[in-house]
Design a protein around this ligand. Structure first.
Ligand code: NAD
Length: 500
C-alpha cells in the first residue's frame, strides 16, 4: 500500500503518529493509498519549520521571490500531463476537468509573479512642511491553509502562491481524501528553488486543524470547505487572535428570463450543473425560469441532455462526468433525492440507478433533474454537492431576485437574458459575491478575487487577486521628517505643523 508522507523543511517525511486514513479511488471503490493523520507534535514541527524560514524569506527582495515564482510556473506547465491523473485517481474528476483545475491554479502563480508591482505602496510628499508619508505592505508571518477535497490542486494554489510571494511562509493541510496532487505540486515548488521550510504540507484531520488554530506561531488562516467547519474555523481562529478568511458552502441559482436563448442556457446548465459531478462550490444547483412557458421550454430541453450525459472514469477521455468522491457522499446525495420525492418535487430525470460495467464498486451516479421544487424543501435549502439540478419556477422576475436574496448562501449566481436593463438591475440588487450575466460559472480570474457573501464566507477578504495580497500583508504607514524640516522646534498637538 502506498503511504503518503508530509513535506517538512523541504523533505518528505513519513507519518509518525501511527494513524492513517484510507485514500480511495472513487471510480473503483478501491483503497489506493494511506494518508498519515498528523499528531500535534508533527504539526508543531511543520510550524516550527515555517517559523524558522520566515525571517530570511520575508527579507528577500520581492523581485527575487518573483524569480522563483516564474520557475515554479514553468515547472508546473511542464508537469501538467503527469499531475492531472494524480489528481483524478483520488478525486474522480475527468482528465479535462483536472487539467482545467491545475491551469486555474497556475494562473494564480502567474499573478503572484507580479509581486514587486503588487506590493508597491503609496507616497505623499509634503503632508506637512518638510514631512512626507508613505505606505508599505509587509508579510503577516506564518500562514496556514486548510483545503477541501473538491479542488485538491487549485484551492491550495488560491492561497500559498500569493502568501509566499508576499513574503510569508506557509503550512498547508490538504483534504485527507485526495492529498497527493497538492503534495507533489509543493515538491515541484522546491524544485523551482523555494528554500526549505517556506512551504510545508502536513496531512491530517481535525486534530491537525485544531493544532494549527491554537498555535501561537500561526498568524493567518485561510480555509475553504463546508460552512459548518468554516464557521468553526473562523470563530476559533479569530478567537485566538489570528487573521482568518473562511470560504464556505453554496447554493447557486441561474435565473432564466423569458427572452433568454434557450439552447445557450441549456448548454450552460449542463456544464455548470453536472461538470465535476456537481462537486463545485460554483456549481449551479438551482435553475429559476421566470414564467410557466419559460419553465416548460427549459425542462423539455434539459431532460434529453441530462439523460445523454457521458459518465465514466478519468481514463475515459470522452467522459463528461466522473463519480462522486465517496460512498458517504453517494449515500447522502441519494438521500436528498429520496427526500425531494417525499417532499413532493417531480423527479424528471432519475440518476440513481446508474451502473458502469467494470466499475461496479465505484461511486458513479447519473444526472438527476427535479421540477416544481419549492423553497421550503431540503433539496432547495441545503447544498447537495452532487449531480442534481432543481428547477424552482418563479412567476415574475422580482420573485426570483427575492428568492436568491433570502437564501442563506451567497457565493455565485447567474442570469440569462438578452435584456441589458434587466441584467443591470439584477447585478445591482442581488446579494451575492460573484455574478454571471450570460456566464454560468462566474469564477473570477486570478487577478480578480474570489469570494461569496452571507454564509458563504466568514472574514473580510476574498481570496487571490488584490484581496489575497491584502489578506496576506499588513499595511504600515510611515511619516518622516529630516533635519532641515525640523527647524521650527517641538510640536505638541495633532496639527499639520506650520501649516495649521
Ligand atoms: P470539509 O469542510 O469537510 O473539509 C474541508 C477541510 O476541513 C478539510 O481539510 C478537512 O480535513 C477539514 N475538516 C473537516 N472536518 C473538520 C473538523 N471537524 N474540524 C476541523 N477541520 C475539519 O469540506 P469538503 O467536503 O472537503 O469540501 C466540500 C465543501 O467545500 C463544500 O461545502 C463546498 O461548497 C466547499 N467549497 C467552497 C469553496 C468556496 O470557495 N466557497 C470552494 C471549494 C469548496
Amino acid at each position: 500500500m502506498r503511504k503518503i508522507e508530509h513535506l517538512i523543511s523541504g523533505k518528505m517525511v513519513a507519518g509518525a503518529s501511527g494513524n492513517f486514513a484510507d485514500v480511495v479511488n472513487p471510480a473503483t471503490g478501491e483503497v489506493i493509498a494511506a494518508t498519515p493523520l498528523a499528531s500535534a507534535d508533527e504539526v508543531n514541527t511543520a510550524v516550527a519549520s515555517a517559523h524558522a524560514a520566515l525571517p530570511a524569506w520575508a527579507a528577500m527582495p520581492p523581485a527575487k521571490r518573483a524569480e522563483i515564482m516564474f520557475n515554479f510556473r514553468d515547472i508546473l506547465k511542464s508537469n501538467l500531463a503527469d499531475l492531472a491523473p494524480l489528481l483524478s485517481q483520488e478525486h474522480g474528476k475527468t482528465n479535462a476537468d483536472a487539467l482545467g483545475e491545475i491551469g486555474r491554479g497556475i494562473e494564480v502563480v502567474e499573478f503572484a509573479c507580479g509581486i514587486p508591482h503588487l506590493l508597491k505602496g503609496e507616497y505623499s510628499s509634503a503632508v506637512s512642511s518638510g514631512v512626507d508619508s508613505y505606505t508599505m505592505r509587509q508579510p503577516v508571518g506564518v500562514c496556514a491553509g486548510i483545503t477541501p477535497f473538491n479542488f485538491p490542486a487549485m484551492v491550495p494554489m488560491w492561497m500559498y502562491p500569493v502568501a509566499i510571494a508576499c513574503g510569508n511562509t506557509f503550512v498547508l493541510k490538504p483534504s485527507e481524501k485526495d492529498p497527493t496532487v497538492a503534495l507533489r505540486i509543493a515538491e515541484l515548488f522546491g524544485e523551482a528553488g523555494l528554500p526549505p521550510g517556506v512551504l510545508n504540507v502536513i496531512n491530517g484531520d481535525k486534530l491537525a486543524v485544531d493544532t494549527l488554530l491554537a498555535h501561537p506561531n500561526i498568524d493567518a488562516i485561510s480555509f475553504v470547505g463546508s460552512t459548518a467547519i468554516g464557521e468553526y474555523i473562523y470563530q476559533t481562529g479569530a478567537g485566538n487572535g489570528k487573521r482568518v478568511q473562511a470560504l464556505c458552502g453554496a447554493k447557486n441559482h441561474l435565473v432564466v428570463m423569458p427572452d433568454a436563448d434557450m439552447d445557450q442556457t441549456v448548454d450552460a446548465l449542463i456544464g455548470s450543473g453536472f461538470g465535476s459531478a456537481g462537486e463545485r462550490c460554483m456549481a449551479i444547483s438551482v435553475a429559476v425560469p421566470v414564467g410557466e412557458d419559460t419553465a416548460d421550454r427549459l425542462v423539455a430541453k434539459l431532460k434529453p441532455r441530462i439523460e445523454a450525459l457521458k459518465i465514466g472514469p478519468h481514463t475515459d477521455m470522452d467522459a463528461e462526468m466522473g463519480p462522486v468522491i465517496s460512498k458517504q457522499s453517494f449515500d447522502r446525495i441519494n438521500g436528498f433525492i429520496a427526500g425531494g420525492i417525499d417532499a413532493g418535487a417531480e423527479l424528471v430525470v432519475d440518476g440513481r440507478d446508474f451502473k458502469l460495467q467494470g466499475y461496479e464498486g465505484g461511486y458513479f451516479m447519473a444526472g438527476s433533474l427535479f421540477d416544481n421544487v419549492t423553497t421550503d424543501m431540503d433539496i432547495y435549502k441545503e447544498e447537495i454537492f452532487g449531480p442534481v439540478l432543481s428547477v424552482v419556477r418563479a412567476k415574475a422576475y422580482d420573485e426570483a431576485v427575492e428568492m436568491i436574496n433570502d437564501h442563506e448562501y451567497g457565493n455565485g449566481v447567474a442570469i440569462f437574458t438578452r435584456d441589458g436593463d434587466t441584467a443591470r438591475d439584477f447585478n445591482a440588487r442581488v446579494q451575492i459575491g460573484m455574478v454571471g450575466i450570460n456566464v454560468p460559472i462566474p469564477v473570477p480570474v486570478a487577478y480578480h478575487s474570489f469570494g461569496g457573501w452571507k454564509r458563504s464566507l466568514f472574514g473580510d477578504h476574498h481570496i487571490h487577486g488584490m484581496e489575497g495580497v491584502r489578506f496576506y500583508t499588513r499595511l504600515k504607514t510611515t511619516t518622516m521628517r529630516w533635519p532641515s524640516g525640523m527647524r521650527e522646534g517641538a510640536e505638541f498637538n495633532f496639527s499639520r505643523g506650520s501649516d495649521a
